[in-house]
Design a protein around this ligand. Structure first.
Ligand code: ADP
Ligand code: MG
Length: 247
């Protein structure tokens, strides 16, 4: 990116508890337009909860989240518009099992954007081509490998033409030989200028693709640095140990 960073998602002192367990402790950060931010950190440190709060799948208790300057809250029309601009890809691909690949990808544009079937199909085929799945458009999820299903899930999220893509451990449920094909699609997306927030344990991807790496520790952002600094000059022993375990 050249020029001034343009904040797209802003979190200000976001707190979230489940009962007595404080999962997000006044998290403040910014995800800039066109940047790839990778979030790493131990299991249970609050990474998914932050992504879910951005989509309001999990309402936060206090603090503020804005997307493109508009606060994330309970106003339904605003929330629906925001959700259509925020694509999300989960660890468990969550494709609709009773629908073929093409219908999985066209469902949201047809239902929510009222895109006519023919135009939705054309757009879907183009997206499926981008993720290398156009030859499988008429298959059902059960006929696909995990890596193929995840690539379809990415195409499905892209079908709403989101302004930002959130990925929550998109390769963690995959057999090792399928991890790379999904990372390749994500790398292409990043090179195309997509704004991305990626929770992952794939340190190679973080080093190569991230503009920034955030390290979550017990509900706080314990470190925030460009990948070169993050990996080559770990800020403290916890981070050094974490990187060591993941390598
Ligand atoms: P991470 O993604 O970093 O592994 P999470 O954000 O999923 O962490 O979870 C942080 C903590 O919050 C964990 O201890 C988890 O058990 C707890 N948690 C997450 N979601 C819920 C929920 N819906 N109800 C109760 N506890 C939850
Ligand atoms: Mg998680």
């Amino acid at each position: 990116m050249t020029g001034q960073p343009m904040p797209f998602i802003v979190a200000e002192r976001v707190c979230k508890s489940f009962g007595a367990h404080q999962v997000l402790r006044a998290v403040s950060t910014v995800f800039n337009t066109g940047e790839v931010t990778v979030i790493i950190g131990a299991s249970g440190s609050g990474k998914s909860t932050l992504l879910r709060a951005i989509n309001r799948l999990e309402p936060h208790d206090s603090g503020r989240i804005t997307i493109d300057g508009v606060e994330v809250g309970d106003d339904l029309p605003t929330l629906q518009k925001q959700r259509s601009e925020v694509g999300m890809v989960f660890q468990q691909f969550n494709l609709f099992g009773h629908m073929c690949v093409l219908d999985n990808v066209t469902l949201a544009p047809r239902r929510i954007r009222r895109t006519p079937r023919r135009a939705a199909n054309e757009q879907a085929i183009a997206l499926l081509r981008r993720v290398g799945m156009h030859e499988h458009a008429h298959k059902y999820p059960w006929q696909l490998s995990g890596g193929q299903q995840q690539r379809v899930a990415i195409a499905r999220a892209l079908a709403m033409q989101p302004k930002v893509m959130l990925f929550d451990e998109p390769t963690s449920a995959l057999d090792p030989e399928m991890v790379q094909e999904v990372l390749d699609v994500m790398r292409e997306l990043a090179h195309g200028g997509m704004t991305m927030v990626v929770v992952t344990h794939e340190m190679g991807f973080a080093r190569e693709v991230a503009d920034r790496v955030l390290f979550f520790d017990q509900g706080c952002i314990a470190h925030d640095a460009p990948p070169d600094e993050f990996f080559n000059h770990p800020a403290n022993d916890r981070i050094r140990a974490f990187i060591g375990r993941m390598a």
